[in-house]
Design a protein around this ligand. Structure first.
Ligand SMILES: Cc1ncc(C[n+]2csc(CCOP(=O)(O)OP(=O)(O)O)c2C)c(N)n1
Ligand SMILES: [Mg+2]
Length: 339
């Protein structure tokens, strides 16, 4: 099948909105390699989904020792954003961050060991799913406390500025987190002090069981504008290529010395916390999620999913085996690595 006719090419050319006030225009440097690029991003997106599907299978066995907030449906956000970053840029994320951990390059075996509460985990089993980190690849931390890592990202970015470095920091948060005071304090400070921080809002329209329109009197981009922060909204949040393209422009703006807000529409397929679906609560429609799935590349591009599945499943099984072999922390670990 020729490139022009392939679904991946169509996806690549779905235009994302032009950033308001971005320093550099959207530019596609990868046209020549678009097929290869699509495959690379698709592979990481599929890895995240298959990892979380494996978590669903394992969960009833009770070997996973922590609550899990699955990002199934939202994976393209992490992949598109992280692909636009440099390895030495830092990401601060949330309790729903298996995707950001993997997209930033965190080791899969250590992630499973962390979920299992084993010594081989990134935090020797003390952090679990909600507090993943992999500082060696720039995933600095994630937290169960809504909005709490936003000021950490601002602080890290402020230190880069003071050091004269061109590294940037990324604050990842949900739409619900923008209702927290610290979000407002953070964007005000970042704008005032010209902090090189990228704010990424994963807008799944939900905070637990409540919809954004019954919680918020503001539109996020309008709100950012009042604080003098340039922004962009990507509505095609299933499309990792569109997200990457918008992220490249946003990152260029931030690296030039100004904060930026990237709001990305997305869809959480599973329940807020846990491994089931929750349509029986009737706070949302299955039809809306189905409409999203109908555009989701991991669902639509069955041929590539099936082509990549065997090697990814082997990778996942090796990581699960590592977690199974890893010992539980001993009593001597109880008081180590804590403040
Ligand atoms: C400071 C704080 N308040 C309340 C909660 C309870 N809580 C956990 S998740 C959540 C919803 C957050 O929604 P959002 O930021 O949109 O993230 P999503 O779960 O949709 O990814 C709430 C209110 C919390 N963990 N921390
Ligand atoms: Mg949300």
């Amino acid at each position: 099948m020729g490139l022009i006719a392939s679904p991946r090419f169509i996806l690549y050319h779905q235009p994302s909105k032009a950033p308001q006030g971005a320093a550099e225009p959207l530019e596609s440097k990868d046209l020549a390699n678009s097929d290869e690029l699509y495959r690379r991003l698709f592979r990481t997106t599929l890895l995240i989904r298959l990892v979380e599907e494996r978590v669903i299978e394992l969960y009833p066995s009770d070997r996973i020792q922590s609550p899990v907030h699955l990002s199934i449906g939202q994976e393209a956000v992490a992949v598109g954003v992280c692909d636009a970053l440099r390895a030495d840029d830092l990401v601060f994320a949330t309790y729903r961050s298996h995707g950001f951990y993997l997209a930033k390059g965190g080791r899969l075996d250590r992630m499973f060991a962390e979920l299992y509460g084993r010594i081989g985990g990134g935090a020797k089993g003390k952090a679990g799913s909600m507090h993943l980190s992999a500082p060696e690849v720039g995933l600095m931390g994630s937290s169960a406390v809504v909005a709490s890592t936003i000021p950490h990202a601002v602080g890290a970015a402020m230190s880069f500025k003071r050091q004269g470095s061109d590294r940037i920091a990324v604050a990842v948060f949900g739409d619900g987190a923008t209702e927290e005071g610290v979000y407002h304090e953070s964007i005000n400070f970042a704008s005032l002090m010209k902090v090189p921080v990228l704010f990424v809002c994963e807008d799944n329209g939900l905070a637990v069981h409540s919809h954004r329109h019954i919680r918020q009197s503001y539109r996020l981009q309008k709100h950012a504008e009042i604080y003098g922060i340039a922004s962009c909204r990507v509505d095609e949040g299933w499309d990792m290529l569109a997200i990457r393209e918008a992220s490249l422009a946003a990152v260029a703006h931030v690296r030039a010395g100004r904060p930026f807000l990237l709001e990305i529409a997305t869809s959480r397929y599973m329940e807020h916390v846990g491994v089931g679906e929750d349509f029986h609560f009737q706070y949302r429609d299955r039809a809306a999620v189905d409409a999203w799935k109908a555009r989701d590349p991991l669902v639509v591009d069955k041929a590539l999913t099936e082509a990549l599945r065997p090697e990814l499943e082997r990778e996942i099984e090796a990581a699960v085996a590592f977690a199974e072999r890893s010992p539980a922390p001993g009593r001597d670990e109880l008081l180590t690595d804590i403040i």
